[in-house]
Design a protein around this ligand. Structure first.
Ligand SMILES: *Cc1c(COP(=O)(O)O)cnc(C)c1O
Length: 409
């Protein structure tokens, strides 16, 4: 893992039997830097998006000090690595032991809840602590999201006012309101709409909130999904916040997951067999391609050698015997792709490398750090739609190898 190689170097060196995870910590740093410079509030990284040590270290090095954790394991993972980190336990349903350990052993003070029963649990397990930061999670529309999360959590607009009043009364410290507009939210206005819903609940409750937590949902660029500029999201949040009934010194929180890490991870996989338009790979749904298979998410692909062949649509099959270990794509790759070829599957830094299960004896993944940046980024000037010829054919751009990037550090 201390090796710094490009994916092409890995292929040339002789890639191992299993898939290789390509880590790009500099992309995490770029995303974290953007949010810290442009989001007018506190950034809590949603650890579930990718709990890998190299991700946590890259965020910490970039100055991120707050983390949204969802389980006792995530609390311990972050607290042991960064004793000074600020943790917010934002899962609306927690086990009693997880609440107690988080509060008493790890110093967690911020807890989310979306019903009275969960508030009762939090108060009971913390000994009715008066120093809690209680965050009431509101159910909001997920219409703008490519991956809606709405029907599982959140107090309804009818339930929220009484819950907000109870949370306000239960703590001498801060309380706030939170929501999640759904993952990969393509509409900046979804944040404004959710904040206006939150505002109505606050006004109805007759309380003031100290914190407005706009959650996650900030998007990344995938094939066929070109979100608006990230600054448009921040603009909507900023202006909506100014219209809310909150204390004079109220603060904004955000919990980006995907947006901080999606660009930072790829998988280098090998074609074990080709049957027509079906490519059998050494990685799949039980490894690092869970979302490609189950969520039918479109990931960018690149053939790791030069090819002049026209692009053609392919399907992927994973290495296990399970028939759901398949991703229909279609993935556009040069028509002459063959057994032994390597493919880089990009934008897997969020909800990808975290998913490996070892089912059927597959799922071991070697990790290599790379300093290149072959896929489009939300945090850089976006290329005009005029893509390079190499990008259109989805092959690695060998011409860039002549102008090797200067080694930094
Ligand atoms: C998953 C989750 C996030 C991160 O969502 P992204 O869409 O990855 O940004 C943030 N907050 C909570 C409470 C979550 O459950």
């Amino acid at each position: 893992m201390d090796s710094v190689l490009s994916p092409l170097d890995v292929v040339k060196r002789g890639a191992p039997e299993g898939p290789v995870a390509i880590a790009r910590p500099h992309r995490v740093a770029a995303a974290a830097g953007w949010f810290q410079a442009n989001f007018p509030g506190d950034i809590f990284y949603a650890v579930k998006a990718n709990p890998s040590p190299w991700v946590l270290d890259a965020l910490w090095a970039a100055g991120v000090r707050a983390f949204d954790v969802a389980s006792e394991n995530e609390v311990a993972l972050v607290a042991d690595r960064f004793p000074d980190a600020k943790l917010a336990f934002m899962h609306p349903v927690k086990s009693r032991r997880a609440i107690a350990r988080a509060y008493h052993d790890y110093g967690v003070r911020a807890f989310a809840l979306d019903c009275e029963a969960e508030l009762d649990k939090i108060l009971a397990e913390t000994g009715a602590a008066r120093d809690l930061t209680l965050m009431v999670r509101l159910a909001v529309s997920n219409d703008g999201a490519s991956l809606p999360l709405a029907n599982k959590f959140g107090a309804s607009s009818l339930e929220a006012p009484e819950l907000l009043r109870r949370a306000r009364a239960a703590t001498e410290e801060e309380m706030g309101i939170s929501f999640h507009v759904g993952s990969q939210c393509m509409r900046p206005l979804a944040y404004r709409a959710a904040m206006m819903d939150a505002n109505r609940a606050i006004v109805k409750a007759g309380i003031v909130a100290d914190i407005v937590n706009v959650g996650g949902g900030f998007p990344a660029i995938y094939p066929g999904m070109q979100p608006p500029e990230m600054s448009a999201y921040v603009h909507e949040i900023k202006t909506a916040f100014e219209e809310m009934f909150v204390t004079e010194n109220a603060r904004l929180w955000a919990e980006p997951g995907r947006a901080l890490v999606a660009e930072a991870g790829s998988i280098l996989t090998r074609v074990e067999l080709r049957k027509g338009d079906a490519l059998y790979l050494n990685d799949g749904a039980y490894g690092n391609l869970f979302d490609a298979a189950h969520v039918k998410w479109p990931f960018p692909v690149k053939l790791m050698r030069a090819s002049r062949a026209k692009a053609a649509p392919f399907r992927f099959y994973g290495p296990t015997c399970d028939s759901i270990d398949a991703a229909q794509g279609p993935f556009m790759l040069p028509a002459d792709i063959a057994e032994g070829d390597h493919i880089e599957i990009g934008m897997l830094g969020a909800y990808g490398v975290a998913m490996g299960t070892r089912f059927n004896g597959f799922g071991e993944t070697e990790l290599v750090v790379s300093k290149d940046a072959p896929f489009p980024s939300m945090f850089e000037e976006r290329p005009e739609s005029k893509e390079s010829a190499a990008e259109q054919a989805n092959v690695v751009d060998l011409s860039k190898r002549q102008r090797r990037p200067r080694r930094t550090k």
